[in-house]
Design a protein around this ligand. Structure first.
Ligand SMILES: Cc1cc2nc3c(=O)[nH]c(=O)nc-3n(C[C@H](O)[C@H](O)[C@H](O)COP(=O)(O)O)c2cc1C
Length: 232
């Protein structure tokens, strides 16, 4: 599946956000009004494709209390009822990276939310994908073990060392993408101007591969190559 590129919106900022982004689950406060205004604008620009993103500030909100300490602000991410969840992963991650660029902490959350309540906040025709708390981070990121690129590509160290700069950059960006329970349910392929994340059979693999596809695209662009991201 080819993803309708969201790049051209703000990708220069997202390349560095990829490096610093981690999941946050406790916050000093809600985002500053200027940051929220920027996020509202981006959410609007990203919505209306296969996915939709809406921002709310409600004390009684659907994000589990354990991951929203210190903020009542959150975003709900949905996908068109007939769309693959890879679209929501790809689009939602662009939003998460903009949050990071604006100093707003996020955490993709599926298990840690009241899904019935979150679904009710979406426009009709959209299915809940995930929610995220939004706030100024006030926690240290949890330890995270990342799979090596040899395992994620099936390539030897020698073959990895011989890749073109854009291919290596795409892989390095994708390797640090967030995934449900940090399962990293992907296998990456880079060749001939195409980078693809192959999904496994795990729950949320399509969604996670959509996230990784955006990282692949941003990594390639960081080395001057415009590629077509795919989830296959
Ligand atoms: C689709 C998806 C669902 C997630 N659901 C939850 C969740 O319900 N609760 C939670 O605490 N973290 C959740 N996470 C965050 C992951 O645990 C986190 O991304 C992963 O451990 C990697 O850590 P990092 O985001 O700091 O790189 C989710 C992540 C993704 C991509």
């Amino acid at each position: 599946m080819e993803l309708a590129s969201v790049l051209g919106l703000d990708e220069g900022r997202w390349a560095s956000a990829v490096q610093s982004r981690r999941s946050h689950r406790a916050f000093a406060s809600a985002p500053a009004p200027e940051a929220l205004a920027g996020l509202e604008k981006l959410a609007k620009a990203l919505s209306g494709r296969e996915a939709v993103i809406e921002i709310f500030d409600m004390p009684d909100n659907p994000v589990s209390a354990g991951i929203r300490k210190g903020t009542s602000c959150f975003a709900v991410i949905g996908r068109r009822s007939d769309a693959d969840s890879a679209f929501a992963g790809y689009t939602g991650e662009a939003f998460m990276l903009e949050c990071e660029a604006l100093g707003v902490g996020t955490c993709w959350a599926w298990a840690s939310c009241d899904r019935g309540a979150a679904q009710k906040l979406l426009p009709s025709g959209y299915k809940l994908d995930c929610v995220t708390p939004l706030g100024v981070p006030n926690d240290a990121p949890r330890e995270r073990i990342l799979k090596p690129l040899t395992q994620l590509t099936g390539l030897s160290e020698e073959r990895l060392a011989a890749l073109l700069p854009w291919q290596r950059s795409a892989l390095d960006f994708a390797r640090i993408a967030p995934s449900a329970m940090n399962k990293q349910p992907w296998r990456f392929v880079v060749s001939d101007g195409v980078a693809a994340a192959r999904r496994s059979g795990l729950l949320f693999a399509a969604h996670d591969c959509g996230i990784a596809a955006l990282h692949l695209e941003l990594g390639a662009r960081a080395e001057g190559e415009n590629i077509t991201p795919r989830v296959i």
